[in-house]
Design a protein around this ligand. Sequence first.
Ligand SMILES: Nc1nc2c(ncn2[C@@H]2O[C@H](COP(=O)(O)OP(=O)(O)OP(=O)(O)O)[C@@H](O)[C@H]2O)c(=O)[nH]1
Ligand SMILES: [K+]
Ligand SMILES: [Mg+2]
Length: 399
Amino acid sequence: MGILERIKEIEAEMARTQKNKATEYHLGQLKAKLAKLRTQLLEPPKGSSGAGEGFEVTKFGHGRVALIGFPSVGKSTLLTLLTGTHSEAASYEFTTLTCIPGIINYNDAKIQLLDLPGIIEGASEGKGRGRQVIAVAKSSDIVLMVLDASKSEGHRQILTKELEAVGLRLNKRPPQIYFKKKKTGGISFNSTCALTHIDEKLCYQILHEYKIHNAEVLFREDATVDDLIDVIEGNRKYMKCVYVYNKIDVIGIDDVDRLARQPNSVVISCNLKLNLDRLLARMWEEMGLVRVYSKPQGQQPDFTDPFVLSTDRGGCTVEDFCNHIHRSIIKDLKYVLVWGTSARHYPQHCGLSHNLHDEDVVQIVKKKEKEEGGRGRFKSHTTGPARISDREKKAPLKT
Ligand SMILES: Nc1nc2c(ncn2[C@@H]2O[C@H](COP(=O)(O)OP(=O)(O)OP(=O)(O)O)[C@@H](O)[C@H]2O)c(=O)[nH]1
Ligand SMILES: [K+]
Ligand SMILES: [Mg+2]
């Protein structure tokens, strides 16, 4: 029997099993079996790179955003509007058949936006180009789930389920479960709080399903069986997702209002170019990018050309910033001077572990160099965090 048939069989068995205390262990075991099969399904066929023809797009810019949605919700129309790169749009389904990249210039950063074919229910099991599309989504920093505001609200759940089936977790944080495989010693099971979804026996049973007989498990929250399986599998990807309801031009104002109030949602109309600026701002927020402007001694920082750091990729400390410029900088570094919201006073002398904020200005002071005086626009006696205003960015920084 193939993997897909076995998945179907287990799903059918789960559907006909009543949920109660007596079936809890059996259902837990089925969940673990299902998760194992889905992981197997994700392994690329032997001899292939995994991406598939038309989907191998090189990463570009400071971040990558994927457009995921059912066919004809307006993904290509949106890409064309936001990036200026033309992607064919039409009223028939599956107009887009490959991955089409475009670039958004926002806040002096470059963000790669990817248009993708529409996906449908069953995509995670290989329907349509579902597997390739989801692989691209996984390679992104955030997902924009594009939905047709005039269609069923169930679409959001269907797509979320498809993405979850391949190990994507949207707008969730990893479960607070410590898990470590051991060579000997059996299973040690502990928790720091009361557990209402799982007990020692069920935990053992799931570990047994994975043929794990020696391990340390510590629950730091009231987690579920699904959470435990996620931690054991260890291959889950936790991503931010913004739900983008397009085509609000064809629905009533009450419905627009209701959709706009859903969590993590933005309502737009590509046809009327409505609310696209809000969508970009939201995308920027979720990406958590940090722009740092480098200030050479005695000169103005270049406010048009930031170094862009990311908490998810690499981190945002002074050390990360230095390494971003050049690996050799750290060995000659004495300290850095920081202006911006991360500084307690201007300029603050900071070491490698200092966390930088978006729009900070940093001057590197090398071991031999003399530091710059505290005079000028960002005075050293300035107290409290303050954003460097747009006006200050434009005005010359006296040094
Ligand atoms: N009323 C309305 N129609 C829109 C809007 N945006 C896009 N459309 C229309 O929706 C249809 C589908 O648009 P596409 O951009 O091709 O959608 P898609 O999601 O890329 O579709 P596939 O590539 O087939 O998955 C086209 O006829 C668009 O003109 C909108 O804001 N309002
Ligand atoms: K279409
Ligand atoms: Mg399209």
